[in-house]
Design a protein around this ligand. Structure first.
Ligand code: 5AD
Ligand code: SF4
Length: 484
C-alpha cells in the first residue's frame, strides 16, 4: 500500500496537457459519486489495485491508485473492497491463469457487497480472446479497458459508477502520450519513469508488440521535468523504463530537435540535481552501443547493473526467435562490459522450451551462462502465445523434456549467481535503504547500486537514505551485513 499522501500532479496549475485537465474534471465528478455513496452507506469506500507483471505495469498502477484516492477511495490491500481493479500481464500463460483465479474469488465478494465494482485492464485485455472470456464467464465484471487508454481511467471510472452495464473500451493502438496524470508512488524515495511505450522488435515468442503497440518515445524535456519534480518530492533513485530503451528517440523525425539517443538522455537525467541513482530497464543486446558503455563509465550515478536478456545461447534458436544477434555477438558484448565496467552486475532473462529446442541447444545456453558469469538470471518456461509467430512453429517441446532442461539450466544459474555474489563478501558498499525486513522487523533491507539485496540491523528512520553497509555473509542472492 502507498504510504504517502502527496500526489504528484494533482494541482491544475501544474498541468499543461489538455487531456490531463479533462481527466481532472472527471476525477472531481467521480468524487461526487463516491461521496454520495459514502453518505448512503454511512462509511468510507475502499479500493484495491492488484498488479501483475513488469515494472511498466507497476508504474501504471501507481497512476490508478492516485486517481482512486483523489476520487475519495481509501486504499486497501484486500480485494474485498468497494472498487477492485486488476492490472494484468499476458506475457506467459500462467499470468493469465492467476488473474482469472483471483477474479473468480473477487466475484464471490461481490455477491455479498452489491455496491462493489470490479475492473480489469492491462495487457491481457488487449487480446480479444481474453475479453471474450470475461464477457462470457465473468459477467460480474463492470469495466474492461486496455493499455492504450489507461490515461482515461478517471473518465471510465465515472462511466462505470454511472452505469449498471459492463463497460468495455479497448483500443487497437495509439500514438498518444498523455503527460501530467496524477500518480501516487508506492515508494517515496524511488520511482519508475517511462521513457517510451511499446515495442517494434517482434521477437517471435513475445506478445508485447501486439498488446503494447509500436514504439513511442516521450519528449526528453518531459522526462527531465518529471525527474526534477520527483526529486523535489524526495525521490533519490529513478528507473528509466522501456521495452527496448536503446531504441529511445528512433521514432522522432530526423529534424526534430527532441531527437536524442538513449545514452544522451540518460546523461541528461544524471544532471538532475539531487538525483542520486539512475537505473534503466530493459536494453536489447542487439542495440547496446559503445556510447552507452562510455556514458555509464563516466557517470557514477548510473547504477552498476545491466539487465541484458539473453533468451537463448544457441544461434539458430536466436535466429528463430528473431533476436538479431548470435551466441558470439552476445558473449562479446558481455566481455566488453566486463572489461570496461568490471564492477557492473549483469543479469538476464532466459527462455527454455522454445519450439524445436533440443538438449544440445540448452547446452549452448548453459555455456553462455558459465562464460558470462551472470549475477542473476530469470529463467522462464516457454509459453505459447496465440497470435505470435512461434505459436505456429512445428516441434513444440514436450513438457518433461522442457522440465529436465530447465532444471539443468537453473542449477548452473544458481551456481554462477552465488559465486558472483560471494565476490562482494567483506566489502563496504553504498545502499539505498528500502524498508523494514518482512521476516524480521529488527532488520532493514536495502539495495546496492548493482541491485544486490542486503539485510542489516538499523532504525526505520534510515529508510530512503543512502548509507554505507558492510557485506558480511553471502546467502546466494542476498547478503547479511552491518552498518559501516
Ligand atoms: N514465454 C516465456 N517467456 C517469455 N518472455 C516473453 N515472452 C515469453 C513467452 N512467450 C520472457 C522473456 C522476456 C521476459 C520479460 O519474459 O524472457 O525477457
Ligand atoms: Fe518482447 Fe522482444 Fe519486445 Fe522484449 S524486445 S518486449 S522480448 S518483442
Amino acid at each position: 500500500m502507498s504510504k504517502e499522501i502527496n500526489i504528484l500532479n494533482s494541482n491544475k496549475e501544474d498541468i499543461k496537457d489538455a487531456e490531463s485537465l479533462k481527466q481532472l474534471e472527471f476525477i472531481n465528478k467521480a468524487k461526487e459519486y463516491v461521496s454520495s455513496m459514502e453518505k448512503e452507506l454511512g462509511r468510507k469506500l475502499t479500493a484495491c489495485v492488484v498488479t501483475f507483471g513488469c515494472q511498466m505495469n507497476a508504474r501504471d498502477s501507481e497512476k490508478l491508485v492516485a486517481i482512486l484516492k483523489l476520487a475519495g477511495y481509501e486504499e486497501s490491500d484486500s480485494e474485498n473492497a468497494d472498487f477492485v481493479i486488476y492490472n494484468t500481464c499476458t506475457v506467459r500463460d500462467n499470468a493469465d491463469q492467476r488473474v482469472l483465479g483471483r477474479l473468480g474469488q473477487c466475484g464471490s465478494y461481490k455477491k455479498k457487497n452489491p455496491h462493489m465494482k470490479i475492473a480489469i485492464c492491462g495487457c491481457m485485455m488487449q487480446e480479444q480472446s481474453s475479453v471474450e472470456k470475461i464477457q462470457k464467464s465473468y459477467r460480474f465484471v463492470d469495466l474492461i479497458f486496455g493499455t492504450h487508454n489507461i490515461y482515461k481511467f478517471a473518465e471510465l471510472l465515472c462511466t462505470c459508477l454511472e452505469s449498471d452495464r459492463m463497460i468495455i473500451d479497448i483500443w487497437k493502438d495509439t500514438d498518444k502520450i498523455v503527460e501530467d496524470l496524477p500518480v501516487l508512488r508506492k515508494y517515496p524515495f524511488k520511482s519508475g519513469v517511462n521513457i517510451m511505450f511499446g515495442c517494434n522488435n517482434f521477437c517471435t515468442y513475445c506478445i508485447v508488440p501486439y498488446v503494447r503497440g509500436r514504439e513511442r518515445s516521450r519528449s526528453p524535456k518531459e522526462i527531465i521535468r518529471e525527474c526534477e519534480k520527483l526529486v523535489a518530492d524526495g525521490v533519490k533513485e529513478v528507473m528509466l523504463l522501456g521495452q527496448n530503451v536503446n531504441s529511445y528517440g528512433n521514432d522522432f523525425k530526423e529534424d526534430d530537435p527532441n531527437r536524442i539517443t538513449f545514452p544522451q538522455l540518460i546523461e541528461e537525467v544524471c544532471k538532475v540535481d539531487g538525483l542520486e541513482r539512475v537505473r534503466f530497464m530493459t536494453p536489447h543486446p542487439k542495440d547496446f552501443s559503445d556510447e552507452l558503455l562510455d556514458v555509464i563509465a563516466r557517470n557514477s550515478k548510473i547504477a552498476r547493473h545491466i539487465h541484458l536478456p539473453l533468451q537463448s545461447g544457441n544461434t539458430e534458436i536466436l535466429r528463430r526467435m528473431n533476436r538479431k544477434y548470435t551466441k558470439d555477438d552476445y558473449l562479446n558484448l558481455v566481455y566488453k562490459i566486463r572489461e570496461k565496467l568490471p564492477e557492473v552486475a549483469i543479469t538476464t532473462d532466459i527462455i527454455v522450451g522454445f519450439p524445436g529446442e533440443t538438449a544440445a541447444d540448452v547446452d549452448d545456453t548453459i555455456d553462455v551462462v558459465k562464460k558470462a558469469q551472470f549475477d542473476n538470471a530469470f529463467t522462464f518456461i516457454y509459453s505459447k502465445r496465440t497470435g505470435t509467430p512461434a505459436a505456429g512453429f512445428d516441434n513444440q517441446v514436450p513438457e518433461n523434456e522442457v522440465k529436465e532442461n530447465f532444471d539443468r539450466l537453473l542449477k548452473v544459474v544458481q551456481e554462477t549467481a552465488r559465486s558472483q555474489s560471494e565476490k562482494l563478501s567483506g566489502k563496504t558498499e553504498s545502499v539505498l535503504v528500502e524498508g523494514v525486513n518482512e521476516h524480521d522487523t529488527t532488520l532493514l533491507t536495502g539495495r546496492l547500486s548493482n541491485n544486490t539485496l542486503v539485510h542489516f540491523a538499523g532504525d526505520e528512520s534510515l529508510i530512503g537514505n543512502i548509507i554505507d553497509v558492510t557485506l558480511d555473509e553471502c546467502h546466494g542472492f542476498y547478503f547479511m551485513g552491518h552498518r559501516a
